[in-house]
Design a protein around this ligand. Structure first.
Ligand code: PLP
Length: 453
């Protein structure tokens, strides 16, 4: 792509004139101008000014194998030459989605053996919502269609994704949500745990909020519970260990399906292929996207459990749902090679046995003691740093999330990309990070925190 003939200012002006960005205040963008990233290699991204920035977010939780993998470009090129596109509607298929589906069935929890493709996590959650409700209708229980979700959940930004999610600001702009979705308290101990309450008890209390919602609606009216294993975009809120086993028990007790949204946690981030395996869960649906291709191509896969798939196949009748790019041959070929690289390089074992524990320790030992840090937490290679003005009382800075935004901007100046969500800094590094990269990140984050203090 030839952009070299354009100055940064020119690119920014064209951007502001013609490009509406996701999740952006466009007045602010017009005034400040976008940072324009031009290329990337390994764990680093580079901007038009030649700044090298350590990418602590793996793009947007997706570039798990790092940047600059020629192999994936070669696979995409070869697939484009052979067959750039054909659909998988009307009893057609192409080889790469077929072989990818087989691979996904092999690495998924053992009750999960079918795949429905889309291009994004939001699309996959649309599919999940429709599929779950369709399942109960096929089972002769069309009234069993209420979904229980959580406040602060993020499940995408289509109308269904926003409705499933629990972001207040997004709901405020929805102007007509998908009906019959309830949002209960999330397992966010840092803010919601009561004085004297143990993490264990808090986890059980948060799970019981789900049961209360099921009982309030009547279990005969509740289709499913949906949750991210650890809330990502909501601020890497990692539930206490007691939470998921209790949710599992509650869902089974009331015959409520379990939908896991693993758009962030899928494909190795937590030290297993899926967090479901780390948590010992056998969900009825698992939403995945992002790291399925390490972001090299847009692709999502809704992994569907045997219970739903069996009904769909045995009862028959068309499921009136799908996307032009469901099972896109190029994206699926890239995904297959991406999964091969993750396996070949032992990236999941590395997170489980080495970098995951080291990351947790580094956050705790290097950052948690800082004067404006209230807590650090992590789940595999995703992490959070809570920004506070008073460590002992956990009081936040005035100005909403302004302090966290300041930390983010100082961090970028120090060569470190993090995100600010409310009062929380979040990290989601590529799985190729080593202990040395984690040390480098901590050095830069400490300097950013010092500047913001
Ligand atoms: N679900 C979760 C848990 C996510 O984090 C995201 C995106 O960050 C989505 C769904 C939506 O995915 P997409 O942005 O690909 O539509």
């Amino acid at each position: 792509m030839t952009y070299q003939n354009f100055s940064l200012k020119q690119l920014q002006d064209i951007d502001a004139a013609h490009h509406l960005h996701p999740f952006t205040d466009h007045k602010d963008l017009r005034d400040a101008g976008a940072r324009i990233i031009t290329h990337a290699q390994g764990p680093f991204v580079y901007d038009t000014e030649g700044n090298e920035i350590l990418d602590g977010m793996a793009g947007l939780w997706c570039v798990n194998i790092g940047y600059g993998r020629d192999e994936l470009a070669d696979v995409a090129y070869a697939q484009m030459k052979e067959l750039p596109y054909y659909n998988s509607f009307f009893r057609c298929s192409t080889p790469s989605p077929v072989l990818l589906a087989q691979k996904l069935a092999e690495i998924a929890p053992k009750n999960v053996n079918q795949v429905f493709y889309g291009s994004s996590g939001s699309e996959a959650n649309d599919t999940a919502l429709r599929l779950v409700r369709h399942y109960w209708a096929l089972e002769g229980k069309p009234q069993k269609n209420r979904i229980i979700s959580r406040k602060w959940a993020y499940h995408g930004s289509t109308i269904a994704g926003t409705s499933l999610g629990g972001m207040e600001a997004m709901h405020g702009q929805l102007h007509g949500a998908v009906p019959n979705i309830a949002h209960v308290m999330p397992p966010y101990a840092f803010e919601l745990k009561e004085k004297g309450e143990s993490d264990h008890d808090f986890g059980l209390r948060a799970a019981r909020a789900v049961e209360d919602a099921i009982l309030e609606a009547g279990p005969e009216n509740v289709a499913a519970f949906i949750g991210e294993p650890a809330m990502g975009a909501g601020g890497v809120k990692v539930p206490p260990e007691s939470y998921w086993p209790e949710i599992d028990r509650i869902c089974k007790k009331h015959d409520v399906l379990l939908m896991l949204d693993e758009v962030i946690t899928g494909y190795g981030r937590t030290g297993e292929w899926f967090a479901a395996q780390r948590l010992g869960l056998e969900p009825d649906t698992i939403t995945t996207a992002k790291a399925l291709t390490s972001g090299y191509q847009p692709l999502s896969a809704l992994l569907v459990g045997d219970r739903i798939a069996a009904t769909l196949v045995e009862k028959g009748g068309e499921f009136y749902h799908g996307y032009t790019y469901s099972g896109h041959p190029v994206a699926c070929a890239v995904a297959l090679r991406n999964l091969e690289i993750i396996e070949r390089e032992g990236l999941i074992e590395r997170v489980r046995e080495d970098t995951g524990p080291y990351f947790a320790e580094a956050l705790e030992e290097r950052l948690a003691g800082h004067g404006i840090v209230g807590e650090t937490r992590s789940f595999g290679l995703m992490g959070a740093i809570e920004i506070v003005s008073h460590k002992d009382t956990r009081k936040r800075f005035d100005g909403g999330g302004a302090a966290a935004v300041a930390v983010r901007d100082h961090a970028i100046a120090e060569g470190m990309m993090m995100r600010a969500v409310g009062n929380t800094m979040i990290l989601s590094p590529p799985l190729i990070w080593t202990r040395e990269t984690i040390d480098m990140a901590c050095d830069r984050i400490v300097r950013a925190l010092d500047k913001a203090e």
